[in-house]
Design a protein around this ligand. Structure first.
Ligand code: HEM
Length: 430
């Protein structure tokens, strides 16, 4: 990329017409992901870095917003993700325009830049000592077994998301932060509300603002109680490490830990939940792939789990802001420009993946961008997520291998590819 100036505010200098291939409208996001990918495929062919009009009906619209660059190909998604100097996160990472106070309450170091980002990230990573990771791995296996135990003997039909998909990530998040059992359902519900600002069913007669603020405040309130308890009596858990940690001689404030709690309650639970839902659906549609995996689960799951994430692509968009002049995909980017990364499109890029619409569990290599395109913000929880998916599918495919998923009901959103409910049938275990 070419670079010739420091950060200056956005202008509409040198901008092309907004693309006629639109990915900003509510109608576009209301379509199925298959339909959306037809549009992304056209953009990948004809205009890989396109100038788009502002997102329609943003939560916090900006009348001066000139629009954004839509980045739909794998190569440019990786290029932007890996260059955190030219494309920063500190001015917000969500595609929709959300109020600044919401971002403070919920984004933590996801929406920070080096060096603050790197300090916080190192701190959190250091809490995952090999001993703790090993213990977590064991806990995940036990939890997966108990979760499948809770329905495998039943009549043979459950609602997947509630009874299975959400259980393991909610439980692991609860264990990491020491959330008492009676509060775990509330944490899960509030974490879901944080990202449901565009879903009419979740909103009911409330505004997106009301729903988000209430959800964030509930989560900060729970975090505060837990923080106070850990300050009084430290335990051997992630939260105690955060409470005691110091960055350059300073302790994290309760608010900073609270925002991290909100970030992780969403990043760590919803993503994995939706990946498991889309995977049982994919195994229903591609039974040969399920059979292939079952033939040698332990030998094949390491490769297969990457395809679970590529195929599901539960995180659909994240944004960066340009700080320098650059050329990206042949387009002139100027400081202040918003640059939006469309991960599902990168994951279905024909130049990188053969037959991208095929759920192919033997796909290897599988350089998907489901956890991000690499670089400083690459998903911190990717190992944990894969470990949960491996443990859950080991139980499902051993104990109720003939399961079938029905039609999923999807969340209305341009951020998460998310399943609200999905019927799930199986022959009960004897
Ligand atoms: C299948 C499940 C998951 C998917 C698809 C996923 C996806 C992502 C993506 C796309 C990003 C942004 C990457 C970027 O901006 O370059 C991200 C960041 C992050 N994820 Fe995940 N994630 C998953 C599970 C988890 C879990 C289980 C945790 C934690 C327990 C977690 C914690 C985080 C955190 C803390 C960040 C911010 C990292 C940073 O800014 O440095 N994620 N994830």
């Amino acid at each position: 990329m070419s670079v010739d100036t420091d950060f200056i505010p956005a202008t509409s200098e040198d901008k092309p017409e907004h693309s006629s291939i639109d990915v900003s409208s509510k109608t576009f996001w209301a379509q199925t992901s298959e339909k959306r990918d037809e549009t992304f495929a056209r953009l990948r062919r004809e205009d890989p870095v396109s100038w788009q009009r502002p997102v329609q009906d943003a939560v916090n619209p900006d009348p001066d917003d000139p629009g954004y660059w839509a980045v739909v190909k794998h190569a440019e998604i990786a290029e932007v993700s890996r260059d955190s100097k030219s494309y920063i996160s500190g001015q917000g990472v969500l595609f929709d325009l959300l109020p600044p106070y919401f971002l403070e309450l919920s984004q933590s170091f996801l929406a920070m830049d080096p060096p603050r980002h790197d300090h916080l990230r190192r701190l959190i990573s250091s809490a995952f000592t090999p001993k703790r990771v090993k213990r977590i791995e064991e806990q995940i296996k036990v939890a997966a077994r108990e979760i499948v135990d809770s329905f495998a003997h039943e009549s043979g039909e459950i609602e997947f998301v509630d009874r299975c998909g959400k259980q393991l990530p909610t439980r692991m998040f609860g264990d990491m932060f020491g959330v008492p059992d009676e509060l775990r359902e509330q944490v899960h519900k509030s974490a879901g509300d944080v990202v449901a600002w565009a879903d009419p069913e979740t909103l009911g007669d409330r505004s997106p603002d009301e729903v988000q603020i209430e959800a964030c405040q509930t989560l900060h309130g729970i975090a505060k109680e837990l923080i106070d308890a850990r300050r009084a009596k430290p335990a051997d858990d992630l939260l105690s490490s955060l409470v005691q940690a110091e960055i350059e001689g300073e302790k994290l404030t309760d608010f900073e830990i609270g925002s991290f709690f909100v970030l992780l309650s969403v990043a760590g639970t919803d993503t994995t939940k939706h990946t498991s839902a889309f995977t049982v659906k994919a195994m229903t549609e591609f039974p040969d792939q399920r059979d292939w995996l079952r033939e040698d689960y332990d030998g094949r799951i390491k490769t297969a789990v990457e395809e679970f994430v590529r195929y599901a692509s539960p995180v659909m968009t994240f944004r960066r802001t340009a700080t320098l002049r650059a050329v990206l995909g042949g387009k002139k980017i100027i400081p202040g420009d918003k640059v939006v990364l469309f991960y599902p499109s990168g994951n279905y890029d024909e130049d990188v993946f053969d037959e991208p619409t095929k759920f192919d569990l033997s796909r290897d290599p599988n350089p998907h961008v489901g956890f991000g395109g690499g670089g400083t913000h690459f998903c911190l929880g990717n190992q944990l997520a894969k470990s949960m998916l491996r443990a859950l599918f080991s139980e499902l495919l051993t104990r109720i291998p003939d399961f079938e998923a029905g039609e999923p009901e999807l969340l209305g959103t341009n951020f998460m590819r998310a399943v609200k409910r999905m019927p799930f049938r199986f022959t009960p275990e004897k």
